[in-house]
Design a protein around this ligand. Structure first.
Ligand code: HEM
Ligand SMILES: *[C@@H]1O[C@H](CO)[C@@H](O)[C@H](O)[C@H]1NC(C)=O
Ligand SMILES: *[C@@H]1O[C@H](CO)[C@@H](O)[C@H](O)[C@H]1NC(C)=O
Length: 475
């Protein structure tokens, strides 16, 4: 008993000493205001526990009120400067590769593979980023991606009847579309089994803070091996065919094989995987949340239906969507922007300083983490009137007071701007077109938004769907 108490006492003394030492060291720098919390764990527990409430931004709200939009804290094992200031965020993103750099723990690169776009730096990153951007550009979207998306979305919806779990359906659609776009595969058992392994890899990302203890993480590493084993022969086969008969398919794999860079099979596989990772959770979640917000906002849903029924009435029954149809979806684009603003799938972006940096009169020491919070900006009533209400009409007649142009950044910015930004918008628009013109629906159960670790709904949005022609027969 005595030795336990003395152990406890020494631990408290060491911890107290560390706090004093840290205070003394940091007082000499002009750090942003804020608290570093307890040694080792900092404010991590506050961060996690606060997000169990209904407020989307409790951690940021509380600290912004106390310290202003730039403050320091200590989460996930490191001192971190949080920014909820749009100008500072833009500065951070624009200076990627110069004053700031990505920095992921090794447990992430084990899952992604070291040739992932998300992990590349410097010139190689620049080249590969621009190749990816051009691959999801409006030219290619116009040429065939829009039509592929339209066809695969309808194919998937053909099987919907009665009760659907919307998030699961959205994930299947997103995955099918991605394998089509990357490797020209239509959905079948092979793509479905690839998806099963892939889902286990994704689960690994959410286990990262607990890797040492996590069976989920170990299972994810094994699943990654399976994914690599499935993709490598595909790459090999296509390489062979492009060398022998000069075959050139219009997909990402084709573009990589034809590029002057002479990528190895490993590099191509990691690269393809990065694109699947970038698009999968994000696009499927945004589809689900758009439907959630619309279901809760009947006026917006009615106006959206009207817009899409008009597009249908202009074309022959069963006709595919055209680029001109997409361009005429005016209110849809308001819904898309508003969904991205409210949902903030990527709530913010971590970087690490490569040198001491002065921002707004504060110093951020070299090697510190910074977190540019996109969500805190998008949900701040100083920037968006009634910021926490879903109001697509705010985008209709934008004025600087309702929608200031320079603070909205759901896809990040600078050298790492999301290469899928246009693709995601088009896919979401096509999805909305097909769902509102084909179905009417009601929630199958009450479902609630949750905000941690990412924004989603608790029950994956179960809906009872009914085909619209059936419902009109009934009348
Ligand atoms: C609603 C959908 C999406 C959202 C909200 C979103 C958001 C973002 C954001 C904020 C970043 C910047 C990360 C950073 O700066 O560190 C990013 C990067 C990225 N996104 Fe997306 N994204 C979406 C869809 C997609 C899609 C469909 C793809 C597939 C092509 C994709 C692929 C990527 C990749 C590969 C990166 C890394 C870029 C780099 O590090 O150079 N994303 N995304
Ligand atoms: C939606 O947001 C983008 C910026 O991401 C902007 O360029 C576009 O004009 C917005 N659309 C509408 C309808 O306001
Ligand atoms: C903006 O929208 C509101 C409501 O939809 C409307 O009353 C107002 O006239 C519009 N303003 C402009 C400048 O179009």
């Amino acid at each position: 008993m005595y030795s336990f108490l003395s152990l406890l006492f020494s631990f408290a003394a060491i911890a107290g000493g560390l706090i004093l030492f840290r205070r003394w060291r940091y007082r000499r720098l002009n750090l942003p205001p804020g608290s570093l919390g307890l040694p080792f764990i900092g404010e991590t527990l506050q961060l996690i526990s606060l997000y169990k409430t209904d407020n989307p931004e409790p951690f940021m709200d509380e600290r912004m009120k106390r310290y202003g939009p730039i403050f320091m804290t200590h989460v996930f094992g490191e001192a971190t400067v949080f920014s909820a200031d749009p100008d500072t965020n833009r500065f951070i993103l624009a200076n990627e590769g110069k004053l700031f750099e990505i920095s992921y723990p090794g447990s992430i690169s084990n899952l992604l593979g070291k040739h992932s776009l998300l992990l590349m730096k410097g010139n190689l990153h620049k080249r590969m980023h621009s190749m990816t951007m051009s691959f999801a550009s409006s030219t290619i979207l116009k040429d065939h991606l829009l039509a592929d998306a339209d066809r695969l979305i309808q194919l998937s919806m053909d099987s919907w009847s009665n009760r659907v779990l919307l998030l699961e359906q959205a994930k299947k659609i997103t995955f099918d579309l991605t394998t089509k776009q990357l490797m020209s595969f239509d959905p079948d058992e092979w793509t479905e089994s690839l998806r099963k392994h892939y889902v286990l890899v994704i689960e690994g990302f959410f286990a990262i803070p607990f890797t040492l203890f996590s069976t989920t993480y170990r299972r994810a590493i094994k699943a990654r091996t399976k994914v690599v084993e499935a993709l490598t022969p595909v790459v090999r086969e296509r390489r062979k065919r492009s060398e022998i008969d000069g075959e050139r398919k219009k997909d990402m794999l084709g573009a990589m094989l034809a590029s002057g860079d002479q990528f190895s099979d490993d590099e191509i596989v990691d690269f393809l995987l990065a694109l699947i990772v970038g698009g999968y959770e994000t696009t499927s979640t945004i589809m689900t949340l758009a439907i959630k917000f619309l279901t809760d906002t009947p006026l917006a849903l009615a106006q959206l239906k009207e817009e899409h029924d008009q597009i249908r009435s202009r074309s022959k029954p069963g006709a595919p969507l055209e680029w001109a149809d997409y361009k005429s979806m005016i209110f849809t684009q308001c819904v898309v922007n508003e969904t991205l603003r409210m949902a903030n799938i990527i709530g913010g972006i971590f970087r690490r300083t490569t040198t001491d940096i002065n921002i707004n009169g504060y110093t951020i020491p070299k090697g510190w983490k910074v977190f540019a919070s996109l969500r805190a900006v998008h949900l701040n009533p100083d920037h968006f009137k009634d910021a926490r209400t879903f109001n697509p009409w705010r985008w209709q007649n934008k004025s600087e007071t309702t929608v200031p142009g320079n603070v909205y950044a759901p896809f990040g910015g600078g050298p790492r701007l999301c290469p899928g930004y246009e693709l995601a918008r088009v896919v979401l628009s096509v999805f909305l077109h097909r769902i509102v013109t084909t179905f009417s629906w009601v929630p199958a159960e009450e479902d609630k938004l949750v905000f941690f670790p990412t924004t989603r709904t608790q029950k994956r949005l179960p809906l009872i769907v009914k085909r619209r022609e059936e419902s009109s027969h009934c009348i």
